[in-house]
Ligand binder design. Structure first.
Ligand SMILES: Nc1ncnc2c1ncn2[C@@H]1O[C@H](COP(=O)(O)OP(=O)(O)OP(=O)(O)O)[C@@H](O)[C@H]1O
Length: 380
């Protein structure tokens, strides 16, 4: 790709990567390969409303590493938009500090603030394109504001539109483009000033599932090709599943859980994370047809209900059939999901195991020994 987005350092100062100051985070090693690009340290933010003060962020600590896709998920009102707007330097915290490439950018103003913002591209749920401008003119806008010469703008806009697969729609107005195409234009515009970080606030929430997949694949691809760091806010765990490396779960302005996506999906700790994952993990309450008043039936028989999660290589092994052959148990699959998290296989099954208690217990142990994550749901 001609663009190969040769980092346009002429108008975007590239600061040295330094470790974030004293967060206690794993990435605080000076100059390490996974140095944090964005660090938030004890960030709090409230809004005053006629009804009183609304705490939107409460003591938030997090670090986003260079080159990763970092997801932020939460229910409506959890504080996600306020958090990403704080990262985009569009909101200033009441307390705490924000670091970009190791520099404290919490209280910048004027030209210094504008220069840092150019390092942070942002895309939105409703695209925010100017209707009176063509796709090319929308992409050109940040370059015009940055004072880039006309000929250079023309070249770069063409490259950016090619990069997002819209080279042939340069002259189209937003009203002539589909939702997915509009978001592609918005992505090209966000990349125009060659940011280090792309911040996405519910960028796929207005799109159908197929278009969502193509936009997420584009973001993932751009992240890899350009060495971009991507932070995305969503209320859909499926978006996190498809594209993120790590995830933070928010509730009531706080981060209640954070970790690599595979780990959080395999062993969710908080109730809100579990609720988000119920469909993907298939581990809600037992189906009504195996329960009476929430208890398994028929009582008195030797049955155990287990939820097993397979991740990585174990997902490809016939572990359940081996268990049935080896132990005097029968296994009834009550529900299940087999899918992928990023590029790793992931499976989750709820099983009813029938047999003598000692056989059922040994079979359950076997599943754990084979590397599956096993939760016993009910023991009749
Ligand atoms: N400008 C504002 N003025 C007053 N209150 C605000 C403002 N922005 C956010 N809030 C409040 O702060 C809290 C967090 O809002 P925020 O928009 O960050 O949450 P969210 O997780 O992004 O929600 P949603 O998914 O609905 O957008 C909410 O109670 C919200 O009403």
């Amino acid at each position: 790709m001609a663009l190969a987005l040769a980092r346009a350092s002429s108008f975007v100062p590239q600061g040295p990567l330094r470790g974030p100051p004293g967060t206690g985070a794993r990435s605080s090693t000076e100059g390490s390969a996974d140095a944090a690009v964005i660090v938030l340290k004890n960030v709090s933010k409230s809004f005053r409303t006629p009804a009183g003060t609304v705490p939107a962020l409460v003591g938030v600590n997090l670090h986003v590493r260079k080159g990763e896709v970092f997801g932020i998920i939460g229910l409506s009102g959890a504080g996600k938009s306020t958090l990403i707007r704080t990262m985009a330097l569009l909101e200033q915290p009441d307390e705490g500090a924000v670091y970009l490439d190791g520099r404290d950018v919490t209280h910048l103003r004027g030209a210094a603030l504008r220069a840092e913002r150019r390092r942070l591209g942002m895309i939105f749920q409703h695209f925010n394109l100017l209707r009176s401008r063509t796709a090319a003119e929308n992409v050109a806008l940040p370059l015009e504001i940055a004072g880039v010469p006309r000929a250079q703008i023309r070249r770069r806009v063409a490259e950016l539109l090619d990069l997002v697969g819209l080279g042939d729609r340069a002259g189209a107005y937003p009203s002539q483009l589909s939702g997915g195409q509009k978001q592609r234009v918005a992505i090209a515009r966000a990349l125009a000033t060659d940011p280090a970080v792309l911040l996405s606030d519910e960028a796929t929430s207005a799109l159908d599932p197929q278009t969502t997949r193509s936009i997420l694949a584009l973001l993932r691809d751009l992240g890899r090709r350009l060495g971009l760091t991507i932070v995305l806010v969503t209320h859909e765990m499926d978006v996190i599943r498809q594209v993120c490396d790590r995830v933070a779960v928010m509730e009531g302005g706080r981060i209640v859980e954070e970790g690599p996506v595979l780990e959080v999906f395999s062993r969710p700790r908080s109730a809100v994370t579990r609720a988000f994952l119920e469909d993907l993990r298939g581990d809600g309450p037992l189906p009504a047809w195996v329960t009476v008043n929430g208890k398994p039936h028929p009582a008195g028989e030797d049955r155990r209900y287990v939820h097993v999660t397979f991740v990585g290589p174990t997902a490809a092994e016939p572990v359940i059939s081996r268990m049935v052959r080896r132990f005097a148990v029968e296994a009834n699959v009550l529900r299940g999901k087999v899918d992928q998290i990023g590029e790793s296989p992931f499976g989750a099954l709820t099983l009813e195991l029938r047999g003598a208690p000692q056989d059922v217990a040994r079979a359950t142990e076997f599943l754990t020994d084979q590397g599956l994550i096993v939760e016993v749901l009910h023991h009749a």
